[in-house]
Ligand binder design. Structure first.
Ligand SMILES: [Zn+2]
Length: 211
């Protein structure tokens, strides 16, 4: 499995609605964490292919924009990994999703991260999860696999219904945790009841295994 698999959007993007830049109040707290993780190179870009990796999201209430019983969230846009700082042109709202049809109904100046469906699955696993951070690091990934952290199996690729269901099984109602994606090289996910809960989980494995 090659890490540059990352860039490819596998979900159904037909319901994407392009808008102007999102207001900074919507993502400024998330952006603080993104900037920290970018500096640690846990979010970035594979060279020379220039394929971005790493994406962060935060649960939101967008019911004034679209009604759904499912979780709604803001997430970094596709192929933004290489940018040190993101502004309103690089975040996007996810208003609805469907695992059977792989639909992501998103609204923003650019399309959602290729891993948006995995974020959706995590929010769908427990109503108390408020933040999902997906980072890449070879040493953390290897270290977590060696130490048997909760893991999605090798044969399950990101961005698929199978990944969504697997993630839900692993999380099983927990509200804070870490998981390593064996079939997505370097891929690690933290989730938590707040941005700082998710961020601290990432820093914990960064300190333990190195960037
Ligand atoms: Zn990834």
């Amino acid at each position: 499995m090659c890490p540059i698999d990352d860039g490819v959007i596998k979900y159904d993007r037909s319901h994407f609605e392009k808008t102007k830049a999102l207001p900074s109040e919507e993502f400024q707290e998330l952006e603080k964490w993104r900037s920290t993780l970018f500096q640690l190179r846990l979010i970035g870009e594979y060279l020379p292919e220039k394929i971005g990796y790493g994406n962060l999201s935060e649960k939101k209430d967008y019911s004034h924009l679209y009604e759904t019983p499912l979780s709604q969230f803001i997430i970094s846009g596709t192929q933004t990994g290489g940018l040190a700082n993101l502004d309103g042109n690089s975040y996007v709202r996810v208003l609805d999703f469907n695992f059977d049809t792989l639909l992501i109904k998103a609204q923003g100046p650019l399309e959602a991260s290729s891993e948006a469906l995995t974020h959706a699955a995590i929010y769908d696993s427990s109503p108390s999860i408020q933040a999902v951070f997906h980072i890449h690091s070879n040493s953390i990934w290897k270290g977590m696999i060696e130490e048997n952290y909760p893991a999605t199996p090798k044969e399950v690729p990101y961005g698929t219904k199978e990944m969504a269901l697997t993630v839900k099984d692993i999380i099983a109602g927990q509200s804070n945790g870490l998981l390593v994606m064996k079939g997505h090289e370097d891929g690690v996910i933290a989730f938590g009841e707040s941005l700082s809960d998710a961020g601290k989980k990432i820093l914990e494995v960064y300190d333990k295994f190195g960037g």
